[in-house]
Design a protein around this ligand. Sequence first.
Ligand SMILES: C[S@@+](CC[C@H](N)C(=O)[O-])C[C@H]1O[C@@H](n2cnc3c(N)ncnc32)[C@H](O)[C@@H]1O
Length: 356
Amino acid sequence: MAMTTATGAALAGGIRCTLSSFNNPTRLISRATKLRLPIPFRASSTALLHTQTTHPTDSIVVEKEVSNSSNSLACPVCYDSLTWNGDPPLSLDTIPESIFQCSTCQKTYVGNQTHLDLTATGGAKSYGEPMPASTELFRVPLISFLYERGWRQTFSVWGGFPGPEKEFEMMKGFLKPVLGGNIIDASCASGLFSRLFAKSRLFSFVVALDYSESMLQQCYEFIQQEENFPKENFILVRADISRLPFVSNSVDAVHAGAALHCWPSPSAAVAEISRVLRPGGVFVATTYILDGPFSVIPFLSTIRQSVRQVSGSYITLSERELEDLCRACGLVGFKCIRNGLFVMISATKPNKIAAC
Ligand SMILES: C[S@@+](CC[C@H](N)C(=O)[O-])C[C@H]1O[C@@H](n2cnc3c(N)ncnc32)[C@H](O)[C@@H]1O
């Protein structure tokens, strides 16, 4: 079942368009067609792709444009868009040697062999800032090495996580409205889902983002070992979830697998996710949940408080708290699927109310 058809020719020309239009090709086309305006498409190629998932019972054909998301990248200091020195489209292979500059504060960010560091402290010479244990743990190279070699599998044994392939199938249901757009795999670790997103070709651009340099390095190595990995619409970015280096309203989807309980401040993180999502954009995440039958545990709230203080981890949130967190950060339409301690949640950034 094919969706809307659009012509790349409608995009030829040279007037200004907003970044939110840039990042939502479908809206861009319908607006351009309606107003008959030529619209520039900076640093992008336009093509229609037909994508079919490999899952036999869930065949999705997406007709989409390939757009390069470099215009969504923003300075983590002032949130203004970054300009890029590169000519070829931004990709895993063009990140080394790439130089990005903030149009406002003039700070530059240089890509290294594996990723682009877009933390606020990126490039600092002597200043360093230790994060809580739940963040620092994953920066240990041995943990990054072990992550897909046994560590992640334990989540299924004691946490009810269905496992990456099944979780991927489940989340596709939530992500249906934004297929064909760009996606950030936030706190991607060694990229188990980022790689699935890229290989599925269900999204026009995938940003694999994590705070841990060694996780990003491991993800890069896994990709290098794969044949025919679609590196052209994929980049690795180091960033703090509480300071996302993307322009506001520029992202179609954010996925965060098994990460919310590791974030130093889930509210700062979800607020950031809400800021960067475009209206109609979707947030989908998995985490642990501790409520319902677990509520009978004596002194649960004291235990929660102590766990948070010692580890910096929010591993004991309830479904009600998760829904409240999303709503408080401006996301609506909360949905969830549960299995034991496992929960997959989804919420959407509301569409703008039309002005009278
Ligand atoms: C348990 S792993 C989850 C990995 C993967 N998404 C999955 O589904 O298995 C949690 C990840 O959160 C990342 N993380 C922790 N604190 C972070 C922060 N402040 N900003 C960005 N990522 C962070 C860690 O580096 C780690 O890779």
